[in-house]
Design a binder for this molecule. Structure first.
Ligand SMILES: [Zn+2]
Length: 466
């Protein structure tokens, strides 16, 4: 019996289970997501949605678990994807950043940065990440944005901005130049690709910014109604530097400058003390937790990290994968696994963090950090149609008895079969459909080798090459 009028829609996406991440965290068995244009219009049981809608296209099916697109809240899409893994894994933090990373960043040209950005975007999409926040270390912003728009990912980006003078000199900027750079990107990159790509006010952070630059970056963020992103306190260098310069730890000083509020996205925050956490909680900042970098660059995250305390005090913690020389992959599902696991062991407490909470950080937590919680992070009517289909016809997905445990503890991004961004398919049958992948692999190899050679940095691979 036909009891309701059927509405025409663009796509109906079907799944064995739909992990909605809605307010009550419903998981719908034999569920579907109705999509029209770039938006989700309905979510429910497949039998009910089939009655209500006539779809021009049908995606998914019985073997898939549907989730919202994941949100990576800290990633360097230039410099590092294109030199992935060249930096030895035994360099201390300051040598890693200033000797290796800055040198590699400084020798890449515009085309290389564009390809690096596309490589990062394809890796993210193929592992289920549909939105990201860049670290603010792009040099050739126009070209990189052009490449991202072609791939079809969603992101917030910014160019390398600092005004205190560590090397290399190619990045040296006066305070006025740094502010002008921010102003230029915010005025010229408000929206590209139907709003999927836009600039934020992003600073490198650490101890590389003067007080006038911090204040100007915050004022520009407010003026343009965007967030303010920056790195802080992965290692002891930042607190030591702030104490030496200002006689107080970073969060005290940044709070005095008026930089900390709910629109601030702070990356790392490993070396923060109890008082700083109280300041961060009061200001309602967002923190991008990057567990893979912390492990590889030896930040001491399980020794001194206070992510359980941050969460207990109501701070929004989301997840990032950072750069590919500190965290060699950009698969947020693998980072989410670490978020769930690290503090269980560090605190010998299985409550820290449950799979469900880790997955919240990867989705709705990320949406909050991006200031897009009304648009992203869950599968609900009215939100953007950013949907991931995980293929359960794989050994790590069977048997499927507990969806959230499976998503966080068993699966990783390699099981992502189909990805939809803004209602459009960008990954189908494990391949990115918006770009020639084979050409991308070849370009990345040629360019990576050229950048490594141009940098003059030695090949430190330890085993003999025959
Ligand atoms: Zn970073």
């Amino acid at each position: 019996m036909q009891d309701v009028a059927q509405h025409e829609i663009d796509v109906l996406i079907d799944a064995w289970y739909v992990v909605t991440m809605n307010e009550t965290r419903d998981i719908i068995h034999r569920g579907s997501i109705a999509v029209d244009k770039d938006r989700i219009v309905d979510v429910g049981k497949t039998v009910d949605l089939e009655r209500r809608y006539v779809a021009r296209q049908r995606l998914g099916g019985d073997r898939f678990v549907a989730t919202p697109g994941l949100i990576n809240t800290h990633i360097h899409i230039t410099g590092e994807p294109i030199t992935r893994g060249y930096v030895p894994d035994d360099t201390p933090f300051e040598e890693n950043v200033f000797q290796w990373l800055c040198t590699l960043y400084s020798v890449a040209n515009a085309e290389e940065e564009k390809v690096s950005g596309q490589l990062a975007a394809v890796e993210m999409l193929r592992s289920g990440t549909t939105s990201f926040l860049e670290a603010g270390t792009i040099n050739f912003l126009d070209e990189v944005i052009e490449g991202l728009v072609d791939v079809g990912i969603r992101g917030r980006v910014g160019r390398w901005v600092w005004d205190l003078p560590p090397e290399p000199s190619v990045y040296r900027q006066s305070t006025d130049q740094a502010i002008a750079n921010l102003q230029h990107q915010l005025e010229n990159h408000k929206s590209h690709g139907d709003g999927r790509i836009a600039a934020w006010s992003i600073l490198v952070g650490h101890t590389t910014c003067s007080d006038p630059l911090w204040k100007a970056a915050k004022a520009l963020a407010d003026e343009h109604n965007v967030g303010l992103g920056f790195h802080m306190s992965p290692a002891t260098m930042d607190p030591d530097g702030f104490i030496a310069e200002f006689g107080q730890r970073p969060m005290h000083h940044l709070a005095e400058l008026g930089v900390l509020d709910s629109k601030a996205a702070l990356t790392h925050c490993v070396h923060v003390d109890e008082q700083e956490i109280a300041i961060m909680a009061k200001a309602k900042v967002n923190v991008a937790h990057c567990p893979t970098t912390a492990l590889k660059v030896a930040y001491g995250i399980t020794q001194v990290g206070k992510f359980p305390e941050m969460v207990q005090q109501g701070i929004n913690v989301s997840i990032g994968t950072d750069g590919n020389n500190a965290s060699n992959y950009s698969d947020l599902m693998r980072a989410t696994y670490l978020v769930a696991g690290l503090f269980k062991d560090a605190r010998t407490d299985p409550q820290m963090f449950p799979a469900e909470m880790a997955f919240e950080m990867a989705t709705i937590g990320g949406a909050r950090t991006l200031l897009m919680e009304d648009e992203l992070g869950s599968l609900e009517p009215g939100k953007k149609a950013d949907v991931v289909l995980h293929d359960t016809d794989r050994p790590e997905w069977r048997p499927l008895l507990n969806t959230m445990n499976q998503l966080v503890w068993s699966a990783d991004g390699r099981g992502v079969h189909t990805v939809v961004v803004d209602g459009k398919v960008v990954v189908e049958d494990y391949r990115c459909t918006t770009i020639d992948e084979d050409e991308l692999w070849a370009n990345a190899q040629t360019m990576g080798e050229a950048i490594a050679a141009r940098s003059g940095l030695p090949d430190k691979a330890k085993f003999p090459m025959l």
